[in-house]
Each structure stands twice: as structure tokens, then as C-alpha cells.
Design a protein around this ligand. Sequence first.
Ligand SMILES: NC(=O)c1ccc[n+]([C@@H]2O[C@H](COP(=O)([O-])OP(=O)(O)OC[C@H]3O[C@@H](n4cnc5c(N)ncnc54)[C@H](OP(=O)(O)O)[C@@H]3O)[C@@H](O)[C@H]2O)c1
Length: 324
Amino acid sequence: MKALICTAYGSTQHLVIDDLPTPPLLPTQVLIQVKACGINFPDTLMLQGKYQVKPACPFVLGGELTGHIVAVGSAVQNLAVGATVIAFTGWGGMAEYAVAEATRVYVLPSAIDLVKAAGVFYNYSTAYYALKNRGQLQANESLLVLGAGGGIGLAAVNLGHILGAKVIAAASTNEKLAQSKQYGADWLLNYQQEDLREKLNELTANQGIDVVLDPVGGTYTEQAFRAMAWQGRYLVVGFATGQIPQLPLNLALLKGASIVGVFWGAFSRKEEDEQRANMNDLIQWFLAGKLAQQAISTCALNDVPAVLEAIMQRNFTGKAVMVL
Ligand SMILES: NC(=O)c1ccc[n+]([C@@H]2O[C@H](COP(=O)([O-])OP(=O)(O)OC[C@H]3O[C@@H](n4cnc5c(N)ncnc54)[C@H](OP(=O)(O)O)[C@@H]3O)[C@@H](O)[C@H]2O)c1
């Protein structure tokens, strides 16, 4: 089978497309014929050997795939050959066939658009877990989304809007902000051009932000934290800048605020029932056309390295999906 293989940790120079044998199937797994695979920021980290999980090289990239089950392991009970599914695999998805643990496979309605579906559920699952389970976001609360033109950011803007929050989208370019407006942002903030803290105080009439979703880190974190409301919740999602920020803890005390870690991968394994319930909500919203999918662009397996480069250069808006 054709696959995109990372031969050594480093850069996109270490990616090759080659033929591999179909991966062997363990009793707890299913084998999926891949139709599409989402391209995500964590793929860039895994390629560089900077992700918390480090598969041994050579390995196949791709953690979010859609397709059809073609074989079922002997211990798998709830999945059958022929089912249309999405699977979260960590890696292994950018190939004609991939194996997935049955616990991380979700059946989709057979009529669903598998290309769009491969561009939605990873980011939306993370953002939904962050806002609902960790942030306890309520209707009419204010929500600030940093990196609002990125994959997680756009999903958070969209879900914040669905949940009835007042959403402030913050990003580095007006193009990214225009996209987040289409996803339901109420206010836009260009943090390359405006002082983040001052603008947040202005937008909230000094009431502060109830929930901040931060996939970016770096210098924005402290500025955003200083603009939080009493009993605000600061959701630590990621560090796209590459800088893990440090925060004076007196700020948490003064605001009665919570700093809340969000690790969706661990949640989806440790709290399988909650994750399935979240996926059911998201699939229903997807089918009802509530999840914005206009920013999904598609590419061939050959073009994945260029997309990964654009993500690493901060030049990518929305979400890309590799289609076979
Ligand atoms: N906690 C979890 O469970 C979980 C799950 C999935 C992903 N993540 C993490 O969430 C973070 C964001 O993922 P994503 O898929 O949203 O990524 P993305 O689509 O590439 O968006 C990240 C955004 O961060 C901003 N940014 C600032 N400095 C950057 C830099 N040096 N390089 C790249 N982007 C930079 C960019 O927005 P501006 O240009 O507008 O600033 C960019 O749009 C990553 O760190 C990822 O590992 C966490």
C-alpha cells in the first residue's frame, strides 16, 4: 500500500511516499481502507520528534482518518466490516490502509461526506472537551479564543457560538479573523496590531473574560490572563508558538480564577463514554450543518509535506485534508 512515511525525526525533508505492507491486525483493532486523513498541528510536532508521543522511525504520519472497515480483530464486538467510520490513531493514517484500536473508532452515517468528516472531528472534539467538560462554558458568558484562525481556534469559535457564548476571536491577521467571523465570532481582535489586554478590557467594559481557550501560548498568555473575569477559567490547550508561558500565580488568586489543563488524547482514552457522548453531539451538529466546514481544503498524498510546511510557518488558515 502507498503511504507517507517519516524516515527520521526532523523536517519535511524526511518524508517519503513509498509502498509498505498492509499493517498487521491485533485482536483489539480494526483495519480501515482510508478515504481521507486530516492534517493537524500535532503531525508537525510528531515529524520533528517534539510530540509527547514518539513513534519509532520509520512510521506513517496521520492521526485522524475516515474510511470503511475491511477487517475486524477477533476481540472486537461492536464494529463490523463495511462500516463507515472515523478513527483517531495518533499516526498511521496517511496510507491506503490503517489499523485503529476499536475503542477509538466511531461509526458515521453511511451517507456522510468522508472528506469533510476527516477535517472536523479531531479539532472539534478537542475544542468541545475544552469548552464543555473543562471550561463549563455557559450561554451568555464571554469566551476569548486565541489563535482563532487555526484548526482548534476555528472549532472553538464555532462551538462557542453554538453554546451561546459571546465569542472574541483573536488572531494575527485580518484574513484569519475574517474566517473566524464566518464561524460565528462576535468580536475580532488582531493581536499583532492591538494591545491584547487593553482591547479585551474595552470589549468587556472592564468586566473581563469568563473563559479563555489558549492553543498558542507565548507572550499572549499572561496578557489574556490579566484580562480575565472573577472566577474565570483559563483553558491550557497548546503552545503553537513553541514557548510554554510562565504565569505569576498571584493573578489566579486575585481573580479567583482556574487554570485548567486540556489533554484531549488522554481524556478520549480514560473517559471513553464521555468522549463517545461528545462525538454523538458533534456528529448530530455536523449532519445538521451547524459545524462550519467551509475552511477545509483538500490535497493529495504528494502535497502533504507542503501543507505541513505552511502550518509550521504560521501561513495556514483553516484545515487541510489529504484525500486518496
Ligand atoms: N490539548 C490538546 O488535547 C490538543 C489537541 C490538539 C492540538 N493541540 C495543540 O493545539 C495547538 C494548536 O493546534 P492547531 O491545530 O490549532 O494549530 P494551527 O491550525 O496551526 O493553529 C495554531 C495557531 O497558532 C498561532 N501561532 C502563533 N505562533 C505560531 C507559530 N510559531 N507557529 C504556528 N502557529 C503559531 C497561529 O495563529 P496566529 O498567526 O493568528 O497567531 C496559528 O493559526 C498545537 O500546539 C497543538 O499541539 C492540543
